[in-house]
Design a binder for this molecule. Structure first.
Ligand SMILES: Cc1cc2nc3c(=O)[nH]c(=O)nc-3n(C[C@H](O)[C@H](O)[C@H](O)COP(=O)(O)OP(=O)(O)OC[C@H]3O[C@@H](n4cnc5c(N)ncnc54)[C@H](O)[C@@H]3O)c2cc1C
Length: 296
């Protein structure tokens, strides 16, 4: 196995163009597990750890440009206000050691349906900045996941950063696991209120071949909130609306039975998490951060 150690982003892109089968390694918390268990024996490893810019982020007007290798611990510490859903999801990843090494670029590279960043990215709205020697392209997060542990990157492309929409309202992340820490999700749910556009977005983890949004649930809720004037009044969402939202979220799942849980349980739990995260975020919206003009 050859170890390629580019000193700059340009050198990394050139190396990936020359060796498209080279496996990038950032925190190594997925790659090294695969190598140690002999699930993967790449001809080349492409070490991205000398490229400082990958661990940096910029807070722009309406989005955060998060370098691919920014570790979860930095997101939790520095970007809680801008990316609350992703910060909450980061909290649930593994242990402090893994959170100091692993990051969103690696989560996207692996594209496991159980990856914790995905529901938060789907709910917030994000684009993956993919680059090769041929140029840069922005991949909408909805188009990024193409199958079980498959993504939309071309063989010569690397993830440089992820552009995530800055929160303009409350966000939540809920995860079911077999214990409280060091656990891969049985299933997970992310929800973001976007008061500026009067919309709600969602993300489901570990309950379909890829991370997915509960689009029918979003459409239903967006129409119900709009028609009922909920955004303006800040009224409590009626139980029937919350129930229907939960049922539609549950219906968006296409889960399997596996060692972590049954398909039936996953569908059920996603419905519960959808209702709860809606309740939590709506209570936050009704409280601080919302203009109370016209509130009931
Ligand atoms: C004990 C343990 C517990 C874990 N628990 C969780 C958990 O609770 N939740 C969770 O979501 N994950 C968990 N993981 C998995 C892992 O930590 C995460 O997926 C993490 O985000 C991977 O990031 P990394 O930087 O370590 O990626 P790496 O292992 O370096 O890379 C992962 C994949 O992404 C590719 N890649 C990395 N960077 C780039 C780039 N810039 N461009 C293109 N491709 C790239 C790599 O080639 C590889 O295919 C756990 C892992 C371990 C070992």
């Amino acid at each position: 196995m050859d170890f390629l150690r580019p000193a700059s982003w340009e050198e990394a892109l050139a190396a990936k163009a020359e060796h498209p089968t080279a496996v990038p390694i950032a925190g190594g918390t997925d790659v090294m597990v695969e190598i140690n268990f002999d699930h993967r024996r790449p001809e080349y490893l492409l070490d991205l750890n000398r490229i400082g810019e990958l661990t940096e982020w910029q807070v722009e007007q309406d989005h955060v440009r998060l370098g691919a290798s920014v570790p979860y611990s930095a997101i939790m510490e520095h970007l809680r206000a801008e990316l609350p859903g992703l910060a909450l999801a980061s909290h649930t990843v593994a242990s402090p050691q893994i959170r100091n090494r692993g990051g969103v670029g690696g989560n996207l590279g692996t594209a496991s349906p159980a990856g914790d960043a995905h529901p938060a990215l789907l709910a917030a709205g994000a684009e993956v900045e993919a680059e090769s020697v041929r140029g840069t392209r922005m991949i909408p997060i909805d188009d990024f996941y193409t199958g079980v542990k498959r993504n939309a990157l071309a063989p010569d492309e690397l993830i440089r950063a992820v552009r995530i929409t800055k929160a303009d309202g409350p966000q939540q992340y809920s995860k079911v696991g077999t214990r409280n820490a060091m656990v891969i999700a049985v299933c997970a749910f992310g929800l973001a209120l976007h008061p500026e556009t009067r919309t709600v977005r969602t993300g489901i983890g570990s309950a379909a071949p890829t991370p997915v949004r509960a689009k029918a649930a979003e459409d239903f809720l967006n129409a119900a909130l709009d028609e009922g004037g909920f955004w303006e009044s800040g009224r409590i969402i009626t139980p029937s609306v919350a129930k229907q939202f939960a049922e539609l979220a549950s219906g968006a799942c296409n889960p399997i039975d596996d060692v972590r849980g049954t398909a039936k349980y996953r569908r059920h739990a996603v419905g519960i998490m959808a209702r709860r995260t809606l309740g939590w975020t709506w209570e936050q919206y009704r409280g601080a951060g919302r203009t109370l003009e016209g509130a009931a």
